[in-house]
Ligand binder design. Sequence first.
Ligand SMILES: [Zn+2]
Length: 50
Amino acid sequence: MKTMACKQLGGACDKIFQSNTFDEMAQLSKQHGMKMFEQKNELANYILKL
Ligand SMILES: [Zn+2]
C-alpha cells in the first residue's frame, strides 16, 4: 500500500491518498482535484448571487 499526500501530487491540501498502484493513485488524485474544482465553482457561483 502506497500513501501519498495531495500536496505531493501537486495538489493544494493535505488529504492522504492510499492505493496499491501508481495508476490508481493518479486516478484518486484526479478525482479529488475535480471535486475541489467543482466546490470552488459552486462557491464562486454562490458569491456571485449574493
Ligand atoms: Zn487536495
